[in-house]
Design a protein around this ligand. Sequence first.
Ligand SMILES: C[C@H](O)[C@@H](O)[C@@H](O)[C@H](O)C(=O)O
Ligand SMILES: [Mg+2]
Length: 438
Amino acid sequence: MSIRITQLSVRDIRFPTSLSLDGSDAMNSAPDYSASYVVLHTDAPGGLEGHGLTFTIGRGNEICVAAVQSLAPMVVGLTLEEIVADMGAFWHTITVGDSQLRWLGPEKGVIHLATAAIVNAIWDLWAKNEGKPVWKLLADMTPEQVVRCLDFSYVTDVLTPEEAIALLRRQVPGKAQREAQMLREGYPGYTTAPGWLGYSEDKMRQLAREAVEDGWTHIKQKIGANLEDDIRRATILREEIGWERTLMMDANQVWGVDESVANMRRLAAFEPLWIEEPTSPDDILGHASIRQRIAPIGVASGEHCHNRVMFKQMFQAGALDFCQLDAARLGGLNEVLIVLLMAAKFKVPVCPHGGGVGLCEYVQNIALFDYIAVSASLHNRVLEYVDHLHEHFLDPVVIRRGRYMPPQRAGYSIEMTAETLERYQYPDGQVWLDIART
Ligand SMILES: C[C@H](O)[C@@H](O)[C@@H](O)[C@H](O)C(=O)O
Ligand SMILES: [Mg+2]
C-alpha cells in the first residue's frame, strides 16, 4: 500500500543554551542550540510521520524555516514508494529540480540546510515504515540498493557507481559479525562536554574529572580565543585526564593559515590528536598546508563542509586526517553516504560532528553504518558526544562507558517530544515567553 506525503509542517525550535554557555567556542561565543524542525504528515493509517531537523545556533533559524517552506512543494503529494524506488533521482530533483531555488546555493548555505531537514525526514519516515532504525535499514541493504540512493553528480571523477558498489561489496562478508559487535560493545565516542570555552576553569576541571570517571578516553578542548588561556586550560585538562587518554583541540575557524601553524607549534606540547577547524572551512589548500606543517598533529574538519564537492577536493588535496561530516550541513543522509564512500576510498577516517541539538542522535546511525558496511574499521575513529538536550528526544542516545550503544527504535532517532516542540517553539513557546518577561 502506498503512503502519500499529505503535508509538511516546519517549526522554529530554540533552546536558550547561551544562558549557560553550553556549546560555546572561540567563534560562537553564545549559541542557542536550535532546530528547523520538519514533520512530514502522511495518509497512512495510524498517523505515520517522518521527522527531521537541521541544526542552527539561534538567530536566523527563521530563515531556514522559510527555506523549508519554499522547498515543501517538492515533496508534498509524493508517495514514499516512488521516492525510495529511486532515492538518488529524488535527491537530485530536490537539489536541482527548481533552478530558482538552486540559485540560492547551489547546494550550500540555508537552502542546503533546509534540504537536509526534509531529506532526513524522509529517511525517518522510510525507516519507521520498515520498523528499523536508520543504521539498520542501511546495513540490511545490498551494495546495489545503497548505491541507488546516491546522486553521483560532480564526483564521478573520483567515485563512480561501479566503484561504490565494489567498495561496499568488499565489506559484505564481515557485516553480520560487526553488527553483533556493535550491539554488544557500542561505538567508541569522545566527549566535548568539559571543553566549552565559556566554562570557567573550575567547571572545566570538574567536568573533565567526571568524564574520566564515566569512562571517556577522548576529550575535546575548545581553543582559539587567547593562546595563553588555551595553554593554561590544556594544562588543567592534562592534569585531569593524564597522558594515557587522548586530547583533541577545536579552534572553530578563528585563525589564518600561518597563525594556525604557529599556535599549534606552541600547543604541540599537549600532544593533541587533532586540531579541528583551524581556519576557514572553505580553505582546502590552507588545510593541506597546515596539515603538512604541523604533523604529527592531525587536521580535522567538516562540520561546515557544505557538500560532497568540497569533501572531494579536501580528500584530493590531502587536506584532512579526520573527516567530520555533519548530518544536516550536507544535504541529508544521501549526500552523507557519498562522502562516507569517498572517505573510504581515500582512507580518511570519518569522525562525524555531534556538537549541536540532535546531531548525536543522527550521527550514531551514520557511524554504525560506516563501521558495519563501509570502512569496517574503528582505527582513529571516535564519534563526538555532547551531553545536553538529549532529554527532548523520544529516543535519546545511550552511552555506556564512553561508547554509543546502537539505537533500537525505528526511525532516524531524531523525533522530539510533543511537549518540547510546544514549549521551545520560538518566539511563542512558554520557555521563550518566560525569558522575554525577565
Ligand atoms: C557552536 C557549536 O557548539 C560548536 O562549537 C560545535 O559544533 C563544535 O564545533 C563541535 O565540534 O562540537
Ligand atoms: Mg567543532
